[in-house]
Design a protein around this ligand. Structure first.
Ligand SMILES: N[C@@H](CCC(=O)N[C@@H](CS)C(=O)NCC(=O)O)C(=O)O
Length: 129
């Protein structure tokens, strides 16, 4: 009973905050780094090996998406908020349904599932700054 009420409370709160989060996500998107065409092409290819599982209005995801925009990284986004298939992939691959989660595939085809927005941001900055 209490659990249901708490869940309802947070669900309602999320609906109320949603437009503000979307507005923040859009208005605060930083300008992207400009690279030479060759460098950007190389970066684009590297980004093809990464996927970000996210929720549209999650503040931690917005933070990571902003960093991706700042570093001009065209990383594919998969919305795991309501899509059962994406949720299952995240649960099976990463071990839990929590976003943001960056799936990274290396040259050998090994897959790493990276959680925690700060860790993802540090990783992207280290690799692409
Ligand atoms: N410390 C984490 C927090 C991430 C987090 O709490 N994400 C929420 C969404 S805002 C989540 O995935 N919750 C699980 C769920 O709603 O099922 C980070 O910085 O990435």
């Amino acid at each position: 009973m209490i659990r249901t009420m708490v869940r309802m409370f947070f669900r309602t709160l999320r609906w109320i905050l949603m437009p503000f989060m979307l507005l923040w996500a859009k208005l605060a998107t930083p300008k992207g780094l400009v690279r030479s065409a060759d460098e950007q092409h190389k970066t684009d290819l590297e980004c093809e090996r990464m996927v970000l599982y996210h929720f549209q209005t999650c503040p931690f995801c917005i933070k990571v998406r902003h960093e991706m925009a700042r570093l001009s990284l065209p990383i594919k986004l998969l919305n795991a908020q309501h899509d059962p298939l994406r949720r299952e992939e995240l649960q099976q691959g990463g071990g839990k349904i929590q976003t943001p989660c960056l799936r990274i595939t290396d040259d050998q085809g090994n897959v790493q599932w990276m959680y925690e927005s700060n860790d993802i941001i540090k990783y992207l900055q280290h690799r692409f700054s």
